[in-house]
Write a protein that binds this ligand. Structure first.
Ligand code: FAD
Ligand code: NAI
Length: 475
């Protein structure tokens, strides 16, 4: 006997669980299926983000930042700690507890919103009269029929060819978030978001970290001024980043790894480390889903093909989040999930890709929204830009963290804000003002004239907006 729903959502990561809740709020009967289980076999909804992504990485960034502050910054406040030590087991336990609270929070929200949750692996069986049959394989096998289906099956870490993750020596994000003692030496391939965030965690905890990056440019997606400032800060911290590295053979042993690579000058190099994190991007995940059973089309990289509104090639089946085109970010997945639920009931769900914020939670944090100076130049757009350093901000001085700057870029003719780029303390929070401003099509003049509380870091954004017209007040 099948169980029938208006909507079946496959995947309970940020794309899927948010879509399920929004659809239930809109009056649909909703099932959400997710395969993730804890090590002891309990359902663990929340996807990559909750289990092995956003949440645990931020928990470890927080713990390691406390350790770094205690070791290097407390003394200037007159605080002495004696000999400092860290219990990494306890740090991991705390991280796991934070994850568990989030898993349980989602189960609570499903109950509250009357979303029926199934823990198991979903696969398409066939199209049936008025919908699609989906099989759930798990402790309790089920057959569900959804009038509509949302695929939100996320992504997996990409491995190097011939170097599978063993999660002991060669680590994906899963293993990198569960190292039980700081390795003496840690190699990382890829200086993208994961490489920088997790590289920072283990450097702060005492590992000698070397990141090998294939591209000759550091963080090419970020504004050049921001990338340059961030690189300077990472160099100073001792996070070694080698650009233009061509990785060749990688040999693994029980407790070490040897990486042969050619550096930017074309010289053959060897790097030996206790562990290796491979963070070279992620690939869309449709493992076990059998999209071909209902004719859902995938592209050459395995992502589900969708139009601008997240419709797949099969009417009635939608796809959101990491499994489709666009940035692999939790908040992008959530926005798509809400928009699709609203479209299903005939509303006009909307996602503005031009105002999706990007954040890297290192120290200094890096955040931006909109276009960079190099993109505007390439597009032939005439713009004006203003920057302001945290060094000239009273709150940053009081915090003891004056690294970085805010840069505001506005259209030369209309003054509409085209991009805001931040490297510095709490950039992840500061960027929200810029997102709101851009959503409302604000000008730099608007931000410059808005009263910002003193003393706050947000005054740096105001001053950068003033600097667009060369009238910063405190610099
Ligand atoms: P996922 O979160 O991957 O969820 C997909 C779910 O579907 C999973 O639970 C999976 O088990 C389930 N599933 C898959 N196939 C099936 C099936 N056939 N049947 C049943 N269930 C299935 N993004 C940010 O915005 N901010 C961050 O700070 C951030 N930090 C990150 C840190 C790391 C280390 C990593 C790896 C990623 C990070 N991300 C971050 C990216 C973010 O995790 C993803 O963009 C986000 O999780 C995508 O959401 P999703 O719902 O599309 O997929
Ligand atoms: P990434 O795309 O951010 O970075 C991958 C890096 O690896 C790039 O710089 C690329 O040039 C490099 N690279 C690729 N192949 C290589 C090779 N063979 N040798 C050397 N370098 C190579 O991918 P990452 O860090 O794996 O993260 C995956 C995704 O997860 C990100 O794109 C992001 O969307 C998401 N994420 C988001 C976070 C956030 O929002 N704060 C945090 C962590 C992950």
């Amino acid at each position: 006997m099948s169980k029938n729903f208006d909507l079946v959502v496959i995947g309970a990561g940020p794309g899927g669980y948010i879509a399920a809740i929004r659809a239930a709020q809109l009056g649909l009967s909703v099932a959400c299926i997710d395969a993730w289980k804890t090590k002891d076999g309990k359902p663990a909804p929340g996807g990559t983000c909750t289990n092995v992504g956003c949440i645990p990485s931020k928990a470890l960034l927080q713990s390691s930042e406390h350790f770094e502050h205690a070791g290097h910054h407390f003394a200037e406040h007159g605080i002495s700690t004696g000999k400092l030590s860290i219990d990494i087991g306890k740090m991991l336990e705390r991280k796991n507890q934070v994850v568990k609270q989030n898993n349980e929070g989602i189960l609570y929200l499903f109950k509250k919103n009357k979303v029926t949750f199934f823990n198991g692996l979903a696969s398409f069986s066939k199209a049936v009269e008025g919908g699609f049959e989906v099989a759930v394989e798990g402790d309790k096998p089920e057959t569900l029929v959804g009038k509509q289906v949302i695929i939100a099956t996320g992504s997996n870490a990409r491995a190097l060819p011939n170097l599978p993750f063993d999660e002991q020596v060669v680590l994906s994000n899963d293993g990198a978030l569960d190292i039980t003692s700081a390795p003496k030496s840690l190699a990382i391939i890829g200086s993208g978001v994961i490489g920088l965030e997790l590289g920072s965690v283990w450097r702060r905890l005492g590992s000698e970290v070397t990141i090998l990056e294939g591209l000759p440019t550091f963080l090419p997606a970020a504004d050049e001024a921001v990338a340059k400032e961030a690189k300077k800060a990472f160099d100073k911290q001792g996070l070694k980043i080698e650009l233009g590295a061509k990785v060749g053979e990688v040999k693994t042993a029980k407790n070490s790894v040897t990486i042969h690579y050619t550096n930017a000058k074309g010289e053959e190099q060897t790097l030996k480390a206790d562990k290796l994190i491979v963070s070279i991007g992620r690939t869309a995940n449709t493992n076990g889903l059998k999209p071909e059973a209902v004719g859902v089309q995938l592209d050459e990289r395995g992502a589900v093909v969708v139009d601008g509104d997240c419709r797949t090639s099969v009417p009635g089946i939608w796809a959101v989040g990491d499994v489709v085109r666009g940035p692999m970010l939790a908040h992008k997945a959530e926005e798509e999930g809400v928009a699709v639920a609203e479209r299903i009931v005939g509303q006009h769900g909307h996602v503005n890709f031009g105002t999706v914020p990007y954040v890297i939670y290192t120290s200094p944090e890096i955040a931006w929204v909109g276009r960079t100076e190099q993109q505007l130049k390439a597009d032939g757009v005439k713009y004006k830009a203003g920057s302001f350093p945290f060094l000239a901000n009273g709150r940053a001085r009081a915090l003891g963290d004056t690294t970085g700057l805010v840069k505001v870029i506005a259209d030369a003719a209309t003054d509409e804000i085209l991009g805001v780029h931040i490297v510095g303390p709490q950039a992840s929070e500061l960027i929200s003002e810029a997102v709101v401003a851009m959503e409302f099509k604000a000008s730099s003049e608007d931000i410059a004239r808005i009263c910002h509380a003193h003393p706050t870091l947000s005054e740096v954004t105001k001053e950068a907006a003033l600097a667009v017209d060369k009238r910063a007040l405190n610099f």
